[in-house]
Design a protein around this ligand. Structure first.
Ligand SMILES: Nc1ncnc2c1ncn2[C@@H]1O[C@H](COP(=O)(O)OP(=O)(O)OP(=O)(O)O)[C@@H](O)[C@H]1O
Ligand SMILES: Cc1ncc(C[n+]2csc(CCOP(=O)(O)O)c2C)c(N)n1
Ligand SMILES: [Mg+2]
Length: 377
């Protein structure tokens, strides 16, 4: 078995998105008329089966149900040790996050969430109350966004695994990742990099605890309690931007949208690849919170790295023609209180995907590497 594995192509060599493309091709080879189509790099589109308007390659699939609104379907799995560290104090928050990350994908399509299927892998040594608390957390998030529990699956597993499949409805035409055009501005809601800053704190606190030192001991010299709490919560308890997505849909003008789950740099690459565009991102304009800046300074970290490659911010990144942008920004702020920031512009594909450093750091334009989270790299 091990020998066989060594002889094959390593997962690291293809990366997460290369693997998904290969899997879709393997499926297509076996079931040529039944494959989901999409715009993943290297994946040739094929005719989708009846009703499947958009398959692999976006935040959620779009299914045209006869006589109904377009149905949106997304699924996301959280695995202990990969997406979270199991902690008795954070079971409820974990439940909230498991649902929130899926709601975020429905919002990113311009839809509202509706029905959830929750599948869990539970270690044999766990007790009922632990699972109940996880569900209470998911229930809290569900109640906030009008999601009903429709089913799921329960299995024994070596580690905690939570998989949510969430169905939602598009309120108007679903907003995919491919509609951006050269000249469109690129915008992002809220702030980016906070979740990575929160994860940095969490992991350093965990390693201090493991070394027998108190968590507060590790941080009190570095950061205020208010900053610490704010950053930890951005990582542990993200709020899906449903209200902001609805405000954008109602206002109109958004050409492409997705959520920031892997990091701004990767998401910009997705938006460009799907639209055949290039981009210029002004790093000076990235909306980074004062708390994340303070932590980065005190830790000697590059705050842009958290914003560009940290991920799990669950903000919306979207494109719109320049003339629609002032109205969009005003409308979202008025309806939701959330700030929206212009971070760059889509360009001709030939111009490449570039990041422009702030003037005080030389103002140089360099290629923007897709350095977001990748499960196999
Ligand atoms: N094993 C798989 N088989 C088929 N399709 C897959 C598989 N894994 C991912 N996909 C599809 O690939 C696309 C990208 O998946 P990914 O999980 O990166 O979505 P995302 O929206 O970019 O990230 P997130 O869900 O964290 O917001 C989606 O359309 C997803 O449905
Ligand atoms: C313990 C621990 N280590 C690392 C991370 C960071 N992390 C894990 S998955 C992911 C991207 C989104 O996941 P997906 O692409 O599966 O939706 C990120 C940024 C974490 N959350 N917890
Ligand atoms: Mg997404």
């Amino acid at each position: 078995m091990d020998e066989k594995r060594q002889a094959g192509t390593s997962l690291a060599s293809v990366g997460e998105f290369g693997l998904i493309g290969r899997l879709a091709q393997a499926w297509q080879g076996a079931a040529p008329c039944g494959i989901a189509h999409g715009n993943l790099g290297g994946l040739s589109p094929v005719i989708p089966p009846e009703g499947l308007r958009l398959g692999i390659g976006d935040d959620a699939a779009v299914i045209d149900v006869p006589g109904g609104k377009p149905l949106l379907v997304t699924t996301d799995m959280l695995v202990e040790g990969v997406h979270f560290l199991w902690s008795p104090e954070r079971r409820r928050l974990l439940g909230r996050k498991a649902l929130a990350v899926n709601i975020s994908d429905i919002a990113a399509m311009g839809g509202v969430p509706a029905w959830a299927f929750l599948s869990i892998g539970v270690p044999a040594g766990a007790n009922v109350e632990e699972v109940e608390e996880l569900y209470a957390g998911m229930g809290e998030m569900a109640a906030r966004f009008g999601v009903a529990l429709a089913g799921g699956d329960t299995v024994r597993s070596d580690k905690w695994v939570i998989n949510v499949t969430l169905l939602g409805l598009a309120t108007k035409a679903p907003i995919g990742r491919s509609g951006g055009r050269p000249g469109d501005l690129i915008l992002v809601t809220g702030t980016v990099g906070d979740s990575a800053a929160g994860l940095h704190l969490l992991l350093s606190e965990e390693s201090m605890m493991a070394a027998g030192k108190g968590a507060s001991e590790s941080n009190e010299a570095h950061i205020s309690e208010a900053d610490r709490q704010a950053l930890l919560l951005r990582h542990l308890d993200p709020t899906p931007r449903v209200a902001e997505a609805m405000a954008l849909v109602v206002h109109g003008g958004v050409t492409a949208m997705m959520d920031v789950s892997d990091g701004v740099s990767s998401e910009v690459h997705h938006l460009c690849r799907n639209a055949g565009c290039g981009a210029r991102i002004d790093l000076a304009n990235l909306p980074i919170s004062p708390a994340a800046r303070r932590l980065a300074r005190r830790e000697g970290r590059e705050v842009f790295a958290w914003a560009l490659s940290g991920g799990e911010d669950y903000e919306l990144i979207f494109t719109a023609p320049e003339e629609r942008v002032p109205g969009l920004i005003d409308h979202v702020r008025r309806e939701t209180g959330t700030d929206v920031t212009v971070i760059g512009r889509l360009t001709d594909g030939a111009a490449g995907i570039m990041a422009v450093y702030p003037a005080e750091k030389g103002g140089e334009a360099v290629p923007l590497a897709a350095k977001g989270y990748n499960h196999f790299r």
